[in-house]
Design a protein around this ligand. Structure first.
Ligand SMILES: [Zn+2]
Length: 337
């Protein structure tokens, strides 16, 4: 979250927009700026990132409230410059939470670069025990496809370290250390590469050991917990290990059946629409879903058919449809009676 950015402007909505309006604006903007639609356009790529970031904050009621409050100066007295918003509190953990999106881009899988880490579906919820440093938590926004296929993500975060000036004592002679203001600890930016396992789910956490607080004085080092947040995809949706895709089809295709080309996360495939298909019919593409954590088998993709009617009914079209009526189910809602 960066309060210097105007996320409302990015999504093209007013500051009083409802969550529903924000969701719709996001879908519209994500489609418009998606890299697949604008191949090689760096500006579109940057805008797509901004759109996702804006949605990550405004689409979440709690984060949006926090963002609005910071922008109104409630937390900081209206100052956004310099390092860190909302004060510095190395032991409270509060300043490390709240949807900090770490920087970095997509990378290829390089096992040598990967630090020891354990993939877990859910937060351990474990509290730091006495004498042990605290885990640092960061959230990273991960591309939908990287969550499916796996990848390596660079994560930038601010790590508390023993103050070099005072060696962690917090004192400078008889006075407080001017560098760490007596805390004995300072923050430094650090970069870590994190492996995104194939099939990772939104909210999954990865713990990187010994990347948390520096072992200052009596404290032991702890870990960095990276929580993965899935960037919504303009048309694919995730349902556990399955992928859902709404596919518009023409009325004639629904009646006569058709072979249509549909995207999957592995590239396009041809799908047979059986004759007499209605909207909502699900066609299963076996093994085209996401991997189950730690397994080779994959979920499925479901193609959900959606019949599209012509937008305008010309006189000629109405006449034709009138002729069709006698072939239709006379009472499609009869099952309610
Ligand atoms: Zn110091």
């Amino acid at each position: 979250m960066d309060p210097r950015k105007n996320y409302y402007e990015v999504l093209g909505v007013s500051e009083s927009a409802t969550q529903d309006e924000i969701r719709k604006a996001f879908r519209r903007m994500a489609k418009k700026h998606h890299p697949d639609v604008n191949p090689g356009d760096k500006n579109a790529e940057a805008r797509f990132k901004d759109v996702n970031e804006a949605n990550e904050v405004l689409g979440d009621r709690k984060k949006r409230e926090e963002y609005d409050a910071i922008r109104k100066g409630a937390f900081t007295g209206g100052q956004f410059g310099g390092g860190g918003f909302g004060g510095w509190d190395p032991f409270g953990g509060g300043s490390f939470r709240g949807g900090r999106s770490a920087g970095g881009g997509r990378g290829s899988l390089n096992l040598d670069d990967i630090l020891g880490q354990i993939f877990r579906q859910e937060d351990s919820g474990e509290a730091a025990s006495p004498g042990r440093g605290e885990d640092i938590r960061v959230e990273v926004l991960v591309d939908f496809m990287d969550m499916i296929h796996g990848g390596v993500r660079e994560v930038r975060y601010r790590r508390p370290k023993t103050c070099r000036e005072c060696g962690g004592s917090g004192k400078s002679g008889r006075q407080g250390c001017p560098v760490c203001f007596g805390h004995g600890i300072t923050e430094e930016e650090e970069l870590v590469k994190v492996k995104i396992p194939a099939g990772a789910k939104d909210g999954a956490t990865i713990r990187v050991s010994s990347k948390g607080e520096d072992p200052a004085a009596r404290r032991k080092a702890s870990g960095l917990i990276v929580q993965l947040r899935m960037q919504p995809h303009p048309y694919f949706r995730r349902d556990g290990n399955d992928i859902l895709l709404d596919v518009p089809i023409r009325f004639s295709e629904a009646v006569k059946g058709a072979k249509i080309r549909v995207p999957t996360v592995d590239g396009p495939v041809m799908v047979t629409v059986p004759p007499g298909s209605s909207s909502g019919r699900k066609l299963r593409l076996k093994g085209k879903g996401a991997s189950a954590a730690g397994k080779t088998e994959r979920g499925d993709q479901f193609v959900i058919l959606n019949i599209v009617a012509p937008k305008s009914a010309s006189e000629e079209l109405v006449k034709l449809v009138d002729k069709l009526e006698r072939y239709e189910d006379p009472d499609p809602r009869g099952h309610w009676n």
